[in-house]
Design a protein around this ligand. Structure first.
Ligand code: GAL
Length: 337
């Protein structure tokens, strides 16, 4: 009887111990909203967010990730954020549809006491007249539990321009003393599009080259649109076009098709530049069908975003801004890999 009692006590202890350890295991609820699932680059980025969170799980710490598609619609994304708040997310990672809505969104999330990691689309500081300022954003700076993780788009634009300047003929194929280019832009509200457009050309001008803009159109980061705009420009300006700058690789992939269809040859009678270093674009650089792209490091950025989200979950102090470098990807770079 005595023995049976001690077995029972031992059993209770073991069971108690088990239930104690499972009570220790914690599942954090993470809400992620991406501006648009169909975006090529943001697809790589969001998949890596999920994979990296999963890789950091332990027996005691789990992450329950809810991924929402903002469908490029701010009203839709605002609903998702409200749902995240109602569902009691422990942290939110947000790729805004519209950076001009940043204040309203940050206020709601902060009021609900949920830490927030903004990614990819940097909200901008504005002056009283609505002009963009080269300053950090107050909505981020003033909130200890809000930060932005991204890459400085000025650098990617500069790298595009430098890759042209570094060519033997500096992009002046017909030798008329100026570099004649077309620009295919991403979403114009997006600082990445604004800075890439400005700094690619600035790098050439700063290096002392004369430039001529033949055409500047908005392709909204989209491959089909990039192809259409490049095809139209090739019809309108023919071999006057020496350089095609695209704010991202999706549009550059479209432009590459348009260039081929028009019977033009990259590296011989035209140059083509993108940004992101999507696998397909890097392959084109290898094959000489694209002059260059710029690595937009989705691995570095997604890991930085997840790492800071975890710091916030642990209640640790964070910085307001985290920057990840771009890398120039031209033929020399890919051949050396
Ligand atoms: C940029 C990227 C684009 C697009 C955009 C979305 O950084 O180069 O391809 O994904 O972000 O905001």
């Amino acid at each position: 009887m005595k023995k049976a009692f001690s077995v029972l006590v031992a059993l209770m202890l073991v069971l108690g111990c088990f239930s104690f350890s499972s009570a220790e295991a914690k599942t954090y609820k993470v809400g992620v909203s991406i501006y648009q699932f169909t975006d090529n680059f943001m697809t790589l980025y969001r998949n890596e967010i999920e994979a990296y969170f999963k890789s950091l799980e332990t027996e005691d710490v789990k992450f329950e990730i809810t991924m929402a598609d903002g469908k490029n619609d701010m009203a839709e994304q605002t609903n998702q954020i409200q749902n995240f708040i109602t569902q009691g997310m422990d942290v939110i990672i947000l790729n805004l549809v519209q950076t001009s809505s940043a204040d309203a969104v940050i206020d709601q999330i902060v009021a609900a006491g949920i830490p927030l990691v903004l990614i990819n689309r940097e909200p901008l500081a504005y002056d009283a007249d609505g002009n963009t300022l080269d300053e950090a954003y107050e909505g981020i700076l003033n909130n200890a539990q809000v930060c932005y993780v991204g890459a400085d788009a000025r650098q990617s634009g500069t790298f595009q321009g430098e890759m042209v300047a570094e060519l033997e003929n500096h992009g002046d194929i017909n030798g008329d003393g100026k570099i004649s280019y077309i620009m295919i832009e991403g979403d114009p509200e997006n600082i990445d599009a604004q800075y890439r457009t400005e700094f690619s050309v600035k790098a050439l001008v700063d290096a002392g080259y004369e430039v001529e803009c033949l055409d500047d159109q908005v392709g909204n980061w989209d491959q089909t649109k990039g192809q259409e705009l490049c095809a139209n420009a090739l019809t309108a300006y023919g071999d006057k076009i020496e350089v095609v700058f695209c704010n991202n690789d999706a549009m550059a992939l479209g432009a590459a098709t348009a260039i081929q269809t028009a019977g033009r040859v990259v590296g011989e009678d035209i140059y083509l530049l993108g940004v992101d270093a999507l696998e397909e674009a890097v392959q084109l650089v290898k094959d000489g069908e694209m002059t260059g792209t710029v690595l937009n490091d989705h691995i570095g950025q997604s890991h930085a975003a997840v790492d800071v989200a975890i710091k916030l979950l642990k209640g640790e102090e964070i910085d307001n801004y985290y920057w990840v470098d771009y890398v120039k990807v031209n033929k020399e770079y890919v051949d050396a890999q």
